[in-house]
Design a protein around this ligand. Structure first.
Ligand code: GUN
Length: 280
């Protein structure tokens, strides 16, 4: 039976460390500040932004939320980002995605100053990750690395399979595992023999977006299984990409949903904001 990796526990430990760092910074007159921009009223985005605000409060980061109407123009949004780029009390800027379709997400990302890009979505930060010279890591892959390190299992030389090739999770995740000397395979919707490839993984990372996609026959006995999925089942219950009941008896370690990768993502955003405040 797999050991469950508790993202909640690992997250709490890191938040305690961040909290004491922020106390020290505040005593030196530095108050880490995060500006979050939300456009429109997508219900899921509203919940995410509220959770970010609460998490900031918990560790002593000053947060400001800019709530903009869905009909805002690209120029107005660019103007706000420009103002935040120029403010000394704002160390991190996050524009909650997705944006309404008339707004260009790439242009928005490009407009955020790379030193304030706490999502690590800017091409400069993406490039830095590629060459292993980074200050910020995208929050979800960074959180996953913390969870894998928490198991104390050696990564070097292991077969790591990442299912999903998104810019936010799959691609940076693969790069981080490569930096730690894993042999990395990236699978996607066109991959042939996906189940066979997955079943050779010592570390299997599922970022597919399909409930119950990873089944027991795809998992090597003893493997670390990381579930990045955030899906709703037929009854509206939150569930991951991994068929937890069948995989748990086969895997060596497994992250639950909820309570696995999810809590780590916001914690890594807090960490990036503190890092940004230290370096300005
Ligand atoms: N929407 C869903 N996840 C994210 C994220 O990690 N960052 C931003 N900016 N928007 C998101």
């Amino acid at each position: 039976m797999a050991v469950r990796i508790s993202g909640k526990e690992v997250s709490e430990k890191i938040r305690r460390q961040l909290k004491s760092e922020v106390v020290n910074m505040r005593s030196l007159g530095i108050i880490p500040g995060l500006a979050v921009i939300i456009v429109g009223d997508d219900p899921a985005s509203k919940v995410y932004v509220r959770n970010k605000e609460l998490a900031c409060q918990e560790v002593g980061i000053r947060s400001e939320i800019h709530r903009l109407p869905a009909h805002i123009t690209q120029e107005q949004l660019n103007h706000l980002i420009g103002q935040l780029n120029g403010r000394e009390d704002v160390h991190g800027i996050l524009v909650q995605m997705p944006l309404p379709p008339h707004l260009d997400e790439l242009e928005v990302i490009n407009n955020i100053h790379p030193d304030k890009d706490v999502d690590a979505f800017h091409p400069i930060n993406v490039g830095k990750i590629m060459i292993g010279d980074y200050r910020f890591l995208p929050c979800t892959p960074a959180g996953i690395m913390e969870l894998i390190h928490h198991t104390k299992v050696e990564i070097a030389g292991k077969n790591c399979v990442v299912i999903g090739r998104s810019n936010i999770v799959g691609k940076p995740m693969s790069m981080l595992m490569l930096h730690e000397n894993a042999t990395v395979t990236i699978c996607h919707s066109k991959t042939r023999d996906l189940a066979k490839i997955c079943s050779r993984a010592d570390i299997l990372i599922a970022a597919v977006g399909k409930a119950g996609f990873v089944t027991a026959d795809m998992v090597k006995p003893g493997a670390i299984v990381i579930d990045v999925g955030m899906n709703r089942d037929g009854e509206g219950k939150l569930c991951g990409d991994v068929d937890f009941p069948s995989v748990e008896p086969v895997a060596g370690y497994i992250t639950p949903v909820p309570g696995g990768v999810g809590p780590m993502t916001i914690t890594m955003l807090l960490k990036n904001t503190v890092t940004a405040a230290k370096n300005l």
